[in-house]
Each structure stands twice: as C-alpha cells, then as structure tokens.
Design a protein around this ligand. Sequence first.
Ligand SMILES: C[S@@+](CC[C@H](N)C(=O)[O-])C[C@H]1O[C@@H](n2cnc3c(N)ncnc32)[C@H](O)[C@@H]1O
Length: 265
Amino acid sequence: MRPVGSITRGTTNPNRLRRVDRWIAGELGRALRGAADPLVVDLGFGASPVTTVELFRRLHAVRRDVEVVGLEIDPDRVRQAVALVPATPGLSFAHGGFELGPLGGRRPVLVRAFNVLRQYDEAAARTAWDRVAAALAPGGALVEGTCDEPGRVATWVRVAAAGPQSLTFGAHLPSLGTPARFAERLPKALIHRNVAGEPVHELLRAMTAAWDASAPHGVFGPRQRWLATVEKVATEWPVDVAGARRRVGELTVPWESVDPRGHQP
Ligand SMILES: C[S@@+](CC[C@H](N)C(=O)[O-])C[C@H]1O[C@@H](n2cnc3c(N)ncnc32)[C@H](O)[C@@H]1O
C-alpha cells in the first residue's frame, strides 16, 4: 500500500522532544510495561533520525524489550536514517505514513507524531487522528503535538481509540515569558480555534491572566510562579492539580474542556 500522507519540511533538532518524551515515560509508562507487544512508532521523524533514537533510549529505560520503529513518508529520509544510525536491536526505520503499513498489522501501544500535522489542514489532521488511533493496541495512545525549534514550548494531545482524551501544555519555565506563547504552538486541531468564543481561546486567556496575577511569586523563581498559575487556572478549569507534573512546567486539561465548538465527531 502506498504510504498515506504527504512529504513536508523535515525540520528537527536534538533533544527537541524531551518534554513530551518525559511525559510519555511518566504517563504512558504503565501501558508500555503492560503491553503484550511493546511496539512504539515515531511517525514523521524528519530530516534526521535523532529524536527517534532519543525516544528509543528513553523508552528502553522503561521497558528493555521495547521496539521503536521510525516511520517517514520521505523515502530519502528513511535511507539516510538507516545509513546513519548504527544497527541497534529494537530500533528500526521504514517508509510509511498514516496507514502504518510497515507494521504489517501489528498494533502499536504508542504512536508519537510530533510536528507532523502542522502542514495538513484541520480536517485532514482529524482524519489522521482517527486512522492512527484505530490501529492502536488496546489501551494504546497516539501522542500528537507541536513544539518550537528547541523544544521549549510544546503542546500535545493524547488520542485513544475512543477519541482525544487530553491536552497538555509544557514549557521551559525560565524562558517562557508568558503562557500566551503556547498560542503559536497549538496542535492543528486547535490552532485555528484560538478565537473569541472557542474554549481554547478562553483557556489561554485564563492562563495568561493567572500568570500575570502570579507575578509576585516570580521572586521565588519561575516554577513558583507557574505553580501559582496552575492553581489559579484550576479554580475555573478542570486541571489536574494533584499530579506532580505541574512541577516540571506542565498543565493538562481533559480534551472535552477544549473541544472546538461546532466540531462534528
Ligand atoms: C517537521 S518534521 C518533524 C520531525 C520530528 N518529529 C520533530 O518533531 O522534530 C515532519 C516530518 O513528518 C513527515 N511526514 C509528514 N506526513 C507524514 C505521514 N503521513 N507519514 C509519515 N511521515 C510524515 C514529513 O515528511 C517530515 O519529515
């Protein structure tokens, strides 16, 4: 089968995806440890295979027999990756797209697709979610998101077979400046919805207002300011404040709280 999708810019950077990988290891580590087949896909690894190699190393620490397959729709990038990366048991690269063809029907417990859907239109991005999520193993997840070039500002959506579950914001707090910066790094499903009347717009406004109101906490450092921000936002939004993840500069809300108005599932 011909790979489904289109070749887009291959921009990537070493360590760019460390935030989402740390979240994956923490939040999805249990699913990976319990998976009958510990198969993971990095969909759209880009012009260099570096972030796939990093994902493999991070997940190998969670489960020694993890198998990571880097898929890319550009066959030249696959050839380069194969030539560049020393043969490593459990790590491979193949030519494929949203159909996950090279897996031959095996069901991955995790698919990470980062900075892949930005070049698609919103409807195509939703179709890609549905297609990939339908191919997951039971309890598996697609983690789809976007970040800036060095990976200091990122957002991602956890998508299960039943549909999108959560939206997470993650940032390097000392350089964040303002949560308004997340606006330009929203996933494709939300980036055009950052307009008055849409829930994600209201959430970003609430985060920015809470950050401004928490400025006095900044004397104790950006982490204290962020923690105060998350607590303020949680008075109006269903934010998970019990978890430890906010300490590393994250904020997660259930998808239903940001699902665009008028969206037809
Ligand atoms: C901007 S790069 C992202 C690289 C890396 N994931 C990162 O975040 O740094 C996007 C890559 O996704 C690839 N791509 C786009 N659509 C795809 C699809 N349907 N299946 C596989 N790869 C795809 C593009 O060819 C491109 O190399």
